[in-house]
Structures are given as structure tokens and as C-alpha cells.
Ligand binder design. Structure first.
Ligand code: TYD
Length: 204
């Protein structure tokens, strides 16, 4: 059996990635593919530590946070039981909610973008995605969606308009830099769930 396809969904908080991943998986399964859905930060111990950093409970510098994401991502790729590589080798399509582009965008602007890219692209244990779907929406609209859907105490450190505006600019910069290196499709995420799902199916 051949290797499955590795698809990444990226976008600001509030763009609806989680909903769209479920829709995408349903669609691919209806076409006979076996789909594995996953996300970063992961549920491995490394990912749980990151959640505590993001909530402000555990202190960390942006550099340290970037390194934590790299460590979590290596585990995500290589875990012998539930890792991305294992699922791809079983012929499954793997769809992940966020991958290293998020570290380039969220930690890249507060550290050194080159450094965040270098530590990822020089790591042999990380897998390269076949397709990156980048869900785009204005930071203002993202914040409106986040605050409408969540209790105030569950809002994480990046979830304010100023931070998301920086992250949004950084995502644009990152994908511009990676134009010849990664297979990225921009998806307008401002629309109904069905409209956006259709845009994603068209991009496949
Ligand atoms: P996520 O669980 O996708 O949040 P949400 O479901 O609210 O969109 O990601 C949690 C946060 O982690 C999000 O604010 C983005 C941040 N993040 C980084 O800063 N760097 C990274 O490399 C990743 C994967 C996520």
C-alpha cells in the first residue's frame, strides 16, 4: 500500500479550521479514503505543557515556546503508535489542524523568523505536507467569532486583535517566502460553513 496524503490546515484562531477539517474528512471518506484527523498542540505530554504555556499558567519566552512546539511536532510525526508517519504508511490521508507554519507565524514574529524556519527545515524527523490549505479572514472578524463562542477565561494569549493582526501579517510573509517550497492554497474563510467547505473541495 502506498503512502497516504498529508494535508495541513492553517489559519488564525477563529477561522473555523476545526469545523472545516470535519467536513473535509467526511468528504474524503465518502470517496473511499481512510482519514486520520489530528491537531497541534497535540495531546502528548509535550502538547499538554504547551497548553499550560498558552493559558499563561507556565512562564516561557517566545524562543522557548517555539522550541516546545518543535519538540511536540517531532513527537507528532514520529510517535510509533499514533504518529503522522505511521498513519501515512498505513495508507491513510492525514489532516492536521496546524503545523510548522503556525510556529513561523505565531512565534516567528516575536523571535527570528529565519531561526524558526531553520530549526524545522533542518530536522529530518519532520514530514513535509503534500498540501497546505490556508484559511484567510480578517483578524477583527476572527476575534468576533472567538469571543462569541467562548467563555472569557478560556481565551488564550494570542486571542486579541493586536496579536492576531501581527500573526496575520506574519502568515502572509511566511507563505510568500515559501512560495516555491510548499504547496499552499489560500481559502477565503469568510462565508457559510458550506461555502467554505466547497472552496476547500475545489482546491483539492
Ligand atoms: P488551536 O488549538 O488551534 O487553537 P484554536 O482551536 O483556538 O484555534 O491552537 C492553540 C493556540 O496555539 C493558537 O492560539 C495558536 C497557537 N499556536 C502557536 O502559537 N504556535 C504553533 O506552532 C501552534 C501549532 C499553535
Amino acid at each position: 500500500m502506498g503512502m497516504g496524503r498529508f494535508i495541513v490546515l492553517e489559519g488564525l484562531d477563529g477561522t473555523g479550521k476545526t469545523t472545516q477539517i470535519k467536513k473535509l474528512a467526511e468528504y474524503l471518506e465518502s470517496r473511499g479514503e481512510k482519514v486520520h484527523i489530528t491537531a497541534e498542540p497535540t495531546d502528548f505530554p509535550s502538547g499538554r505543557l504547551i497548553r499550560r504555556v498558552l493559558s499563561g499558567e507556565v512562564p516561557s519566552s517566545p524562543w522557548s515556546t517555539a522550541a516546545l512546539f518543535l519538540a511536540d511536532r517531532i513527537r507528532h510525526c514520529t510517535d510509533p503508535v499514533d504518529g503522522i508517519r505511521r498513519h501515512l504508511e498505513a495508507g491513510e490521508t492525514v489532516v492536521t489542524d496546524r503545523y510548522y507554519f503556525s510556529t513561523f507565524a505565531y512565534q516567528g514574529y516575536a523571535t527570528d523568523l529565519r531561526w524558526t524556519m531553520d530549526i524545522h527545515y533542518s530536522c529530518p524527523e519532520l514530514l513535509r505536507p503534500d498540501l497546505v490549505l490556508f484559511l484567510t479572514m480578517s483578524p477583527e472578524k476572527c476575534i468576533r467569532r472567538i469571543t462569541a463562542n467562548r467563555a472569557a477565561d478560556a481565551i488564550e494569549i494570542y486571542e486579541n486583535t493586536e496579536a492576531l493582526t501581527k500573526v496575520s501579517r506574519q502568515f502572509d510573509k511566511v507563505f510568500e517566502l515559501l512560495r516555491d517550497r510548499e504547496n499552499v492554497v489560500y481559502i477565503d474563510a469568510d462565508g457559510t460553513v458550506e461555502e467554505v467547505a466547497e472552496r476547500i473541495r475545489a482546491a483539492l
